[in-house]
Design a protein around this ligand. Structure first.
Ligand SMILES: Nc1ncnc2c1ncn2[C@@H]1O[C@H](COP(=O)(O)OP(=O)(O)OP(=O)(O)O)[C@@H](O)[C@H]1O
Ligand SMILES: [Mg+2]
Length: 700
């Protein structure tokens, strides 16, 4: 059961080599990536612009106000700091400057001005007198005591402006209303940009991820198909399936959720910090100073959630494997009365999964709110400091509001990044597993030295062949024999003697370590692999049928004509049962052909081999015992299959091979006897023993 489990690490720390390799999959889609990046930049700029626009609209329109300083301020050294010049409005000996201009002054400097009677701290609203504005003129005429004016300029204190009836105040501020609408339009444009940018970015990053996923799956599948049996026999199928499905998906998530989010979060964070510094260095420093606390907490949260996630994934895969293993082996579970035992075992895994889920929930429920709380607290601290700056007239209200917005923009990426980090790590782990598989070089070397002869006569020669599946554990030891064209040679021996291994070697599923195997005098390693496998076809011990129709299973996607398929089926007597089926050759087979009998499946596999018309057939007879009726059926099929071809028959039912030209008896990987049936019976050795055993009713 251990092989069913995904025991590899589910998350892995950042590794730049893996990252580079993941990113290399983007190469064919440079244009799409460029589109996505441009869209990302646009939406990021948009998001940074909106607090700036809001700040400008508050300071320049809504809260537009002036301080009045006595003109004699010109003689003080503070004048330069405020930057008073001839452009400033002067009304009745007082020069009016925008409140923001006093920002750079310290409290002491402001007190000094006030002490000298140059500054009264009252906010004014200054406007241009418009002779054509009837409402403005009427108001100034009816309440002259509210205004001071000189030339084309007039001023009113903001308190008095606020006390005016709404309609009259609005009349005075008509030009501000126009300005405000400009800001609103600008903000709308920016919002539209953010929307379009985000949409385009999401669209293209998803597009790229879908394409990359497709490429990766294709690459993995092709890679696995071309690996040697030596490699594949060590890989549990479930693991390979996971590589091509869920591991590929973690990488797709990396492209859609992680990569773009990290780039965007990073640029928004840096961008908003930069804007903060431009707005007010002191406040920006307060924000920067608070960052380490939030960073440390979110780092702890990140680690905790990674561990919880890892545990949860591990338990999920355990539960999944348990379910799938026990459902595929349900017959064994039922036959051996293991229902209760399985139930109890499952209960344990189920409980562990629950605990793992709770663990993950615990992290979400505690650490996330703590990070939230901390970032809120820093926001409050910054707001407190900011408010005191505002009250001492050193920042504008617009700046304070913009700060609140921007602080949110600095902190939310931190939270976001720690959430995305788990995804990043699982993408890293998934990628590492995928790349390890892709780096597996084991494949049967296909480097033909000679072209495949157009006609294969069917001469097979094994010359001092030594073979081991693993290191020096020899399964075949110094095997030599020949099969002349058109001959039928049988190989018999006890189970595990190495019979199937011989078939695997002729077709180069595995390569031998010593000696040589020759077909028509050519070493199999010198012939093209595809040609070799076309000329020599093994009929495997276990029939494998794909889902699909009977015809599809005989043809296996190659160009076998309908006629040849039917001839092949007839030759092995498979046509009889196929034609009796309601849909004939178009009958759909269920998974593994389970809607056919064992004998029928065998006949179908004979028809499949014959339809491909190989020069040499290697028949590895099924070991499972069948009833006499089926045996007769199969026997007839075999006769049809082998007639007129070179063949090696690995026989379990010795009746099959009575007429063989030569019988080779194999024991522990060595040839112990060779001869015809009659010769071997006369010798009264191993074959004779096997024969006697079988005739006493034991089928080997
Ligand atoms: N893929 C493999 N990897 C490692 N060892 C293997 C592999 N396949 C077979 N073996 C070993 O090689 C030996 C010969 O196996 P083989 O399948 O050739 O036996 P066989 O004669 O066909 O037996 P049977 O009559 O049961 O089909 C056995 O000891 C088996 O354990
Ligand atoms: Mg076998």
């Amino acid at each position: 059961m251990a092989d069913y489990f995904e025991t590899d690490d589910i998350t892995r720390d950042y590794d730049s080599a893996i990252m580079r390799r993941i990113l290399s999959y983007l190469k064919p889609y440079k244009v799409i990536v460029a589109f996505a990046l441009v869209a990302l930049v646009v939406s990021t700029i948009g998001e940074l612009l909106s607090p700036i626009i809001i700040r400008q609209s508050i300071d320049n329109v809504l809260m537009k106000s002036w301080y009045a300083l006595d003109v004699s301020v010109n003689e003080t050294d503070i004048e330069k700091e405020i930057g008073i010049n001839s452009q400033d409005v002067v009304i009745e000996n007082r020069v009016y400057v925008r409140t923001s201009r006093l920002g750079p002054l310290s409290v002491a400097q402001k007190n000094e001005l006030a002490d000298k009677g140059l500054f009264d701290g009252v906010e004014y609203y200054v406007f241009r007198i418009d002779p054509n504005d009837a409402a403005q003129n009427a108001l100034r005429a009816s309440r002259p005591e509210l205004f001071v004016s000189q030339g084309q300029w007039a001023a009113i204190s903001r308190d008095q402006l606020r006390a005016l009836p709404a309609a009259e105040a609005a009349g005075l501020r008509r030009s501000d209303a126009t300005d405000l609408s400009r800001y609103v339009i600008a903000l709308l444009v920016v919002m539209a940009l953010i929307f379009v940018g985000t949409f385009v970015m999401n669209y293209y990053s998803n597009l790229v991820s879908v394409k990359v996923m497709k490429d990766m799956r294709m690459q993995l599948f092709t890679h696995v198909l071309t690996r040697s049996m030596a490699f594949l026999s060590r890989q549990p199928v479930g693991r390979l399936v996971t590589r091509m499905t869920s591991d590929v998906e973690t990488i797709s998530e990396f492209f859609t959720d992680v990569l773009s989010a990290l780039i965007k979060d990073g640029s928004i964070m840096i961008g908003s910090l930069a804007v903060l510094y431009v707005f007010d260095v002191r406040l920006a420093l307060v924000v920067t100073a608070s960052l380490p606390f939030v960073l440390i907490t979110s780092d702890i949260s990140r680690k905790k959630s990674r561990d919880a996630y890892r545990k949860q994934r591990l338990m999920t895969s355990k539960v999944n494997s348990y379910i799938s293993e026990h459902l595929s082996g349900i017959e064994v579970v039922k036959l051996f009365g293991k229902e209760d035992a399985s139930k109890n075992e499952f209960k344990r895994y189920d409980e562990q999964l629950k605990q793992a889920n709770l663990g993950e929930m615990y992290v979400y429920a505690t650490f996330r709110p703590i990070v939230d709380l901390l970032s809120t607290m820093t926001t409050i601290a910054v707001l407190g400091v900011g408010a005191s700056f505002y009250l001492s007239h050193s920042i504008s209200l617009g700046t304070l509001i913009a700060f609140v917005n921007l602080i949110g923009m600095v902190y939310s990426p931190i939270k976001d990044v720690s959430e995305k980090y788990v995804n990043l790590q699982s993408a890293m782990a998934g990628a590492e597993r995928i790349f390890t598989l892709l780096d597996a070089k084991e494949m049967i070397l296909d480097a033909p030295k000679i072209p495949m002869p157009s006609v294969v006569r069917g001469h097979i020669q094994f010359e001092n062949v030594w073979f081991a599946y693993k290191e020096e554990e020899w399964v075949l030891k110094d095997i030599s024999f020949t099969v002349e064209p058109g001959q039928m040679v049988a190989i018999v021996g006890y189970t595990g003697a190495g019979k199937t291994t011989i078939t695997n070697l002729v077709t180069r599923f595995w390569d031998i370590q010593k000696g040589s195997i020759r077909i028509d005098g050519n070493d199999v390693r010198d012939l093209p692999l595809a040609g070799l496998r076309r000329s020599i076809q093994p009929v495997p011990q276990d029939v494998f049928l794909f889902s699909g129709t009977i015809a599809e299973n005989i043809r296996l996607g190659t160009e076998v004509t309908e006629e040849r398929m039917k001839l092949a089926a007839e030759a092995v007597h498979a046509n009889e049962f196929i034609e009796a089926l309601p849909n004939g050759y178009n009958t759909e087979l269920s998974e593994g052909g389970s809607n056919l009998s064992q004998g029928q499946r065998q006949l179908l596999s004979f028809a499949r081999v014959l339809a491909h018309d190989p020069a040499i057939i290697i028949l590895d007879e099924a070991t499972s015992s069948v009833d006499t009726e089926t045996e007769k059926l199969i026997q007839r099929g075999i006769e049809g299959l082998l007639s007129g071809r070179t063949s090696i028959v690995i026989a379990h039912r010795l009746s099959t091979i009575r007429n063989a030209d030569k019988i080779i008896v194999l024991a522990h990987g060595k040839i112990v006897e060779t001869g015809t049936h009659d010769e071997l019976i006369a010798a009264q050795d191993l074959y004779w023993n096997l024969y006697r055993l079988q005739n006493s009713g034991i089928v080997l």
